[in-house]
Design a protein around this ligand. Sequence first.
Ligand code: ADP
Length: 402
Amino acid sequence: MNPITAPNGTVLVINAGSSSIKYQLVDPVGGEAIASGIVERIGQDVGIVTHKYAGSEARLDQPVADHSVGLRLVLDLFAKHGPDLDAAHIVAVGHRVVQGGAVFSGPVVVTDEVVEQIRALVPLAPLHNPGHVAGLEVARELLPDVPHVVVFDTAFFQTLPKAAYTYAIPPAVAEANQIRRYGFHGTSHEFVSKAAAEFVGRPLEDLRQIVLHLGNGASVSAVRGGRAVDTSMGLTPLEGLVMGTRSGDIDPAVIFHLHREGKMSIDEIDTLLNKQSGMLGLTGESDFRAIHDLVAEGDASAVLGLEVYAHRLKKYVGAYLAVLGGADVITFTAGIGENDDVVRWQALAGLEELGIELDADLNAGRIKQPKVISTPSSRVTVLVVPTNEELAIARQAVELAG
Ligand code: ADP
């Protein structure tokens, strides 16, 4: 086994979903992902565990009854295929939790009370928080000697002004049901807005930024002086941009219409808008690589899908330019933002009047390091900055765990 070169120790970052556990062993100082893997299909007939370390991959195909079995298998894989976790000197375990409600505005060290608070937020995140709680409980049991820290996707957006997070419905109804804009992908928006400021060499406090996190899920944020002032996702991650399988913004009356006239149940509509819409619904594919292949074959629905996607993105850029009174930096990140030059171009083309001028050559291709893609004369600096949510979680975990 290769020796680990992380003199200050490592952080095990865990992202436990309802039927999966993703993990990464991170060097929080150097930023390297030393090992990573995923347990999939927990609770199904056959589960899959994939573990990557030092350029090789180990795979198990066997039933994984629950999160406890899953995490035990992961620890076995570390023991068998490396790296040796004793030698890795884990200083903290960092857990990603999607919904922290209005309770958590930053990362916290896990206690029994914190677990109960996350459990109490299950009604707000029924797809996510139950898996997080299961993962937290098992990880604390199996790794009892290190501090566990939870980092919330919503925390960065707890600074939104009331006008930005309030929906125009009667306040009594909103309060009784905890309905407000929470925002998601906060770890990425925070990490990328800080990295963008560092990259352009200006104080975070001075910058008005728009961050475009375009992964399978996608969201935009407006960040003033390092604090989020608006974001496109809302009560749930369904609102906002067109996504891989989510519709994003839609007239809420579509839901009543589908229920009353289309005879669809609420659960069917939930599935339709979350899992069968967005790019998948429009083009038959959710992955942009496949969508570009369709476009190359002359597929009209794929062409339209890309246009709908870019149109929505452009609308949000315009809205957040207005919210911020102009922007200094606009940054693309995540799978599509980092890799898809066509989407970047379509989203920001024709905005010269607003101070945004992309450089076609600088924009071309996949971008793996922070890079300016606007022209020198562009008033707004446009960047691509790769996100790294695991590293952001690892660093917050170390900071909090001391
Ligand atoms: P998430 O973390 O939300 O699952 P990612 O940020 O990893 O998503 O982004 C995944 C998406 O990135 C894929 O679904 C695909 O649409 C897009 N993507 C990845 N590589 C490329 C590429 N080379 N060109 C265009 N799009 C890409």
